[in-house]
Design a protein around this ligand. Structure first.
Ligand code: NAD
Length: 503
């Protein structure tokens, strides 16, 4: 296993000591001067202070965004012109992917190779939505000889974007790209654990030619800056990614102003492995599915359901591989699992590891690696024979911890798969084509991968059912969310109207 020490810990050059807001084209502190501490997850030392946005900072950011929306060029530009700016943004993100990954890894504890992949995905998100708006078609319906009905599309206004700390830069791009592509102006409130990479957007956008005021960033705590954004009457829509309980609160707080909402929430996704599966491929994929991104992944396959006839073999092989996963310095390219984002989150994950010891059979991991006495490191932890009533089966842990459960029949597998409150993703492994498709169709999950790990096609719907979310993003669905669609009806020829008051 990789070792971490003060000596090997990589600290990026030119780290900002102060992380500021970006409002109306200027970096600024909070009006109140308040700040919060930002920790490095390897040492848990405070490496910067960030401006702690309050209601008055959100008011300023919304005012800048509203002004840019009401009078600026961005919402009025032709799709092709906006797309050119988005392409320049994508190129700039790609050109600095190594720096972005370095900062993201430092701030989040994600392994550097995976952070690099996320930076490249962020660039791709901008290219994808640039292409989409240029190719955008809107509906027109004819009633031959009597009516023509068509759709006018326009950006909604100031979009409030609230994002979590896992893969922060990439998840911000997943909201920024369609919001900007649609012609909205935005106020982004990134997660307080990981504010570092978000401030890079400002320079990237400015260099690419995005007009001042179109992008605004307010750092701060969820219950302060986030809450003020959610409640602001000048923000007609909120796109939120985060925990289910936070989403429920935001849902209630949006009600007063009847805001448009998109909610990407938590998950406890099943990976179902039938006896006829390609076992080697299923083991590779289920290991990656739960331990990549430190297990801090909304679509993690954190419950593995395995058919009884291959169960013991699967558990033994899975546990042996999990025990060999390289945990260590997030900046080391050999590292497969890095440091969890924050000591609070580390404590939460560790508490589930302890709960799991009473609920299942520990077959790998189970605590902090001996070689890593400091930092938020957790061994990849595997519990077998976990009953569906267990908390580690039901609750989102959001760390490198997995529950494995046997099943005897397809019906039982389905019942177990659907037997939690979440419904974000599911993974199914079988060589029976008919079973694969019918089983996929029966799972209550927004996204299913069949004989595949989590590979995204940006055109497909992204989102969850049940407690995992509300609404779908991805492809045209994202553009639909950030735009109003107005129906226009024209009568061709004589108008046939009942003639009230004519007799
Ligand atoms: P979180 O809900 O604690 O915070 C998310 C964001 O909401 C942060 O920016 C936070 O400051 C803000 N926030 C908190 N309280 C708020 C309030 N009252 N009003 C407005 N904003 C508020 O989530 P997290 O711990 O940062 O992220 C992890 C969670 O995100 C996990 O549950 C994970 O499954 C989920 N997630 C879901 C997806 C998805 O696409 N479905 C993707 C990534 C993460």
């Amino acid at each position: 296993m990789a070792q971490v020490s003060e000596l090997t810990h990589h600290i990026p050059e030119n780290l900002p000591a102060r992380i500021q807001h970006y409002i109306g084209g200027k970096f600024v502190d909070s009006v109140s001067g308040r700040t919060f501490d930002v920790l490095d997850p390897v040492t848990n030392e405070n490496y910067a202070t960030a401006a702690a946005g309050q209601k008055e900072d959100i008011d300023l950011a919304v005012a800048a965004a509203a002004e840019a929306f009401a009078t600026g060029p961005w919402p009025r530009m032709k799709a092709r012109e906006r797309a050119r700016v988005l392409y320049r943004i994508a190129d700039a993100v790609e050109a600095q992917d190594a720096r972005l990954a370095e900062l993201e890894t430092f701030d989040t504890g994600l392994p550097i190779t995976q952070a690099l992949g996320q930076a490249q995905r962020a660039a791709e998100n901008f290219r994808f939505f640039a292409d989409l708006i240029v190719a955008q078609v809107d509906d027109a319906y004819k009633v031959p000889g009597s009516q023509l009905n068509y759709v006018n599309r326009s950006p909604v206004g100031v979009a409030g974007l609230i994002t979590p700390w896992n893969t922060p830069f990439m998840l911000e791009s997943w909201k920024l790209a369609p919001a900007l592509a649609s012609g909205c102006t935005v106020v982004l409130k990134p997660a307080e654990f990981t504010p570092l990479s978000a401030s890079l957007w400002a320079q990237i956008f400015r260099d690419a030619g995005l007009p001042d005021g179109v992008f605004n960033l307010v750092n701060g705590l969820g219950e302060e800056a986030g809450d003020a954004l959610v409640r602001h009457p000048g923000v007609p829509l909120i796109s939120f990614t985060g925990e289910t309980t936070t989403g429920q609160l935001i849902y209630r707080n949006c009600a007063e102003n009847l805001k448009g909402m998109s909610m990407e929430l938590g998950g406890k996704s099943p990976a179902v492995v039938f006896a006829d599966a390609d076992l080697e491929a299923a083991i590779d994929s289920t290991l990656f599915g739960v331990f990549s991104l430190n297990g801090e992944r909304c679509t993690a396959g954190s419950r593995i359901l395995v058919e009884r006839s291959i169960y013991d073999d699967f558990v033994a092989r899975f546990a042996a591989r999990a025990g060999k996963i390289v945990v260590g310095d997030p900046h080391d390219p050999k590292t497969e699992v890095g440091a969890l984002v924050h000591p609070e989150h580390y404590d939460k994950v560790m508490s589930y590891v302890e709960i799991g010891k009473a609920e299942g059979r520990l077959v790998a991991g189970g605590g902090r690696p001996d070689s890593l006495p400091t930092g938020n490191y957790v061994q990849p932890t595997v519990f077998a024979d976990v009953p569906p009533t267990a908390r580690i089966f039901q609750e989102e842990i959001f760390g490198p911890v997995v529950a494995i459960t046997p099943f005897d029949t397809e019906e039982e597998a389905l019942e177990l798969a659907n037997g939690v409150k979440y419904g974000l993703a599911a993974y199914v492994w079988t060589s029976d084509l008919v079973r694969g498709h019918t089983f996929a169709g029966s799972i209550a999950a927004g996204m299913v991968w069949l004989n595949s790990h989590n590979v995204r096609d940006l055109r497909t719907p992204f989102g969850g059912v049940k407690a995992s979310g509300l609404g779908h993003e991805g492809g045209y669905r994202s553009i639909d969310f950030y735009t109003e669609q107005q129906a226009v009806h024209i009568t061709l020829g004589p108008v046939h109207t009942a003639r009230f008051g004519a007799n």
